[in-house]
Design a protein around this ligand. Sequence first.
Ligand code: BGC
Length: 730
Amino acid sequence: MNWNIEELGYQPEKATGLGNKFLIGNGYMGIRGTLEESKKDQFPAVNLSGIYDQVGNGWREPLNAPNGLFTRLLIEGKEYCLSEKEHKAHTMELDYRHGIFRRETVFEAAKGTVTLKTERFASMVDKHLIALKVTLVPSYDGEIEVITGIDGEVWDINGPHYDSVLTGVTGELIGAVATTHEKQDKVAVYEALEIPSVAGQEAAIAEQSTKEKDRTVLRHLKLQVTAEKSYTFFKYISIYTSLDTAAFQEEGKQLVLEAKKRGYEALLKEHKNNWEKKWSRSEVEIEGDDEAMEALNYSLYHLHSIAPRHSKSLSIAARGLSGQTYKGAVFWDTEMFMLDFFLFTEPEVAKTLLKYRIDTLKGAKAKAGDYGFCGAFYAWESQEGGYDACSDYNVTDVFTGRPMRTYFKDKQIHISTAVVYGIMRYIEFTGDKELLSEGGAETIIECAKFYYSLLIKRVKDEKYELYDVIGPDEYHERVNNNAYTNRMVKFTFEAAIKLLEEETENKAEAAEKTLLLESFRDAALHLYIPQPDEKTGIIEQFDGYEQLEDVSVEAVKGRLLHEKEYWGGAYGVASHTKVIKQADVVTMMNLFSSEYDMEILYKNWAYYEPRTEHGSSLSACMYSMVACKCNMPDQAYPFFLKSAKADLGDGGKQWAGLIYIGGTHPAASGGAYMTAVEGFAGLKLENGELKAEPRLPKGWKHLKFKVQYLGELYQVTVTKDKAEVEKIRD
Ligand code: BGC
């Protein structure tokens, strides 16, 4: 098992994708795998979690902090930046066991070469700290300058988000305090530099000066260098925002001064130990398939890097901490795709994710109210406070350049069911019912009220229906009775009923509860759930789907007039066909597989897969899960690998219409984990007991991992025909 990935050579067109692939992070911040010399046109970012800003009518998006990593060589008056300058060699490396990024570049200067090596990490121990080690090795005797400091000219998609960036020098520190446009929040970045006392080195880096200019504060180091000697310095960078603490500036300064005292190696050691602890709970071993084991653990690395451990109430954005795409917003991705990983390996994080939903209930209730409904309608693209960042015009038409009316925000009602599903699953696997009294129960009831207010009953019919929705397949808008949505809404009613039945009530509330119980019971009983067709066994994705043109994905693709054209919406090439964006019925079947015969599962899998574009990274894992449940691990395998490699390859889709959507794909990472653990190992609960059921793909000798269940740790070991689930000591 190789825990390093490498990129050899430099191709400018790959830089954006590599920024995601080589990302490091600690949940508070994500640092894109771009080079230290990068300025904003090369998309460097130190992306922050949970803090947003909006400028004018542009999209509201998370902040990128002023870039404290900025470092460039200056040789004979020329600045060296890989994108522009000749170089002899270049490699980038990510140690994803420990979240350490390294690069090594041999630049060609007039008198010879200069090798620039850097190593950096976002501390897992102190979430506000970044440490950077810079080493230079010249091939000649002479003078080299290094410019290093904080670059406040940050990359923004819909910015600039900082009205001002005040830079300054205080004693041995430099700092930049940026003020946001919308709420005048502050982001403070401080940096301390350490030039270690090594014979010759101190003398070489004798001259230091500092300059402030255009939102940057830079130190100039002048080095008198000797050929083949190496020169190293360290930077300790802190990031705090005014949302973290009132004393954000003082704490930021203090942190870097302390870090400098402790030194790079000590910080690195504790950072690595912290990662080792995480892997001791979460590593998945696959004997017989290194490629799969590496891709899967690389996916888990990404989930670890974006887990909001510094907070008790925060969630994960659809593109993690890889930048501002998708507005840094939280989607159903978290509960339906990422949650299980945290539930099984670090339930405290799962709780934090769900607390975010509970604490944004107010926003969800306000959204329901705005649309004239009761209860809680969660944001499709949720930011702080549950604010829905999704716009009514979320895609730009490539032909006219005009915004297109999309209905994700108002019609993708299944988002509230995901919140309910997440809370119920958390209770089921942790037994921690406190979450219910901490607002979880109220959240579930409010979601049920929302759906109750949406039910439609025709005068002549007994059944209740849900009209005018968008299911997981976003290409078909405003459909009636989407199978996934209806089934999940039924789940919501049932969850609410369970809670209401269990709750001990006071008299004053009794009447309201009785009424709610009656209503939800009636709703759960009468809600129409599309069933497998008697002849074909196929569940229709929504009313009328079967009447659509049955044409291949390739043929639909062939109809595109522009490669970035949007496939959905009113005129989309897929809208009037059976071609779907992502798993929809199959996602529903994965969740409720016990309700169907294997034959029905298989028929739907085989029917929908060729009609699926897999235009979303959420899609493949649902096909691998259901393939496992049909006992077809070898058919599941390519879908599993696709999910596990979502961020290892070329980075997937980068555009939706004219909107840049590049970034990491944590939902796919979570989906790969689910497939390994719940698919190939078949982990499930049976009468409250953890059971595994081996369905290993070809070549896999064993699959081994630990999971937590009801506060206990279990070792799961699965071979071709045997599964062991053993309680172990921590
Ligand atoms: C998918 C959604 C998903 C979102 C964020 C969209 O392309 O269709 O299901 O929630 O991306 O990942």
